[in-house]
Design a binder for this molecule. Structure first.
Ligand SMILES: Nc1ncnc2c1ncn2[C@@H]1O[C@H](COP(=O)(O)OP(=O)(O)OP(=O)(O)O)[C@@H](O)[C@H]1O
Ligand SMILES: [Mg+2]
Length: 249
């Protein structure tokens, strides 16, 4: 699986190096491919119906749609929180249904996920919340130190490294959760309504950070209800409507 083979040991310290670590000019495998995907939950809710989707490496994609239309379900299929009832879900050429045991956690490590409600650990500082990801993945203390500073700078929180989440604004907490998602330099970033609890200024900051990561080469997929924000950006938009997908571009 190419995603697992990607070099996650590159340095975050400069934007040039950031670009290098995501560049993969010769790889033409789509980052995401869904073929005839249907998802029916055990209570018989049809969340997605016959979805076809291809997202190229390095794309920035918005997913919009009414509440309950299937946006989160689509992302959950991509990080294998849910499995498709029918069809294939390929992430970087890897069929998520085929993953077994340890392969599932290795697969998830290659994807950065950001949620609407931040999911930070309240008793841990900003730095600890971010480091915990690398510790779980067996990085050395030296490597963890090497990655922390540029990641904090990227999200504009270097001065808040030793603060606890409750001492941060909502926008700052969301930026910590983005830092946590990207510190291991995943090629795919999935964000499920990351601006859902934020005002327009903070939402725009989050988008700018995600656009920056995208400019380094990361593929970014965001679900949102914020039509103004989607209009303000010039990216592909996909609308989910009662479990079916309408590509607007
Ligand atoms: N675990 C689950 N079990 C059963 N039904 C579910 C489950 N999760 C979601 N659903 C149902 O699947 C449909 C799609 O839900 P999903 O969460 O994907 O929508 P969404 O577009 O993300 O909505 P929102 O904008 O409110 O977050 C809804 O009808 C929802 O009730
Ligand atoms: Mg949702």
């Amino acid at each position: 699986m190419q995603l697992l083979k990607s070099n996650i040991d590159t340095n975050l310290s400069t934007s040039v190096k950031n670009r290098e670590m995501y560049q993969d000019g010769v790889n033409t495998t789509p980052m995401v491919k869904l073929c005839s995907v249907t998802k029916i939950y055990p209570n018989d809710t049809q969340a997605l119906i016959d979805v076809e989707l291809e997202v190229k490496r390095g794309e920035f994609l918005f997913i919009t749609g009414a509440s309950g239309s299937g946006k989160s379900t689509l992302l959950k299929l991509l990080y294998r929180e849910e499995l498709p009832t029918q069809g294939y879900v390929l992430v970087d050429g890897c069929d998520v249904v085929d993953l077994r045991g340890d392969e599932v956690s290795l697969f998830r490590r290659q994807i950065g996920v950001v949620f609407q409600d931040y999911k930070l650990i309240p008793q841990r500082t900003v730095a600890e919340n971010i480091n915990i990801v690398l510790q779980a993945q067996g990085y050395t203390r030296k490597e963890i130190r090497r990655r922390l500073e540029p990641t904090l700078k990227l999200v504009g929180l270097f001065s808040k490294a030793n603060k606890f989440p409750k001492h941060l604004s909502g926008g700052e907490q969301q930026r910590v959760s983005i830092a946590r998602a990207i510190v291991s330099t995943p090629q795919l970033i999935l964000a499920d309504e990351p601006m859902g609890n934020l005002d327009p200024d903070n939402s725009w900051q989050i988008i700018q950070i995600l656009q920056k990561l995208n400019s380094f080469g990361a593929t970014v997929i965001i679900t949102t209800h914020d039509e103004n924000l989607v209009r303000r950006c010039n990216h592909r938009v996909l609308e989910v409507n009662n479990g079916r997908i309408k590509d607007q571009q």
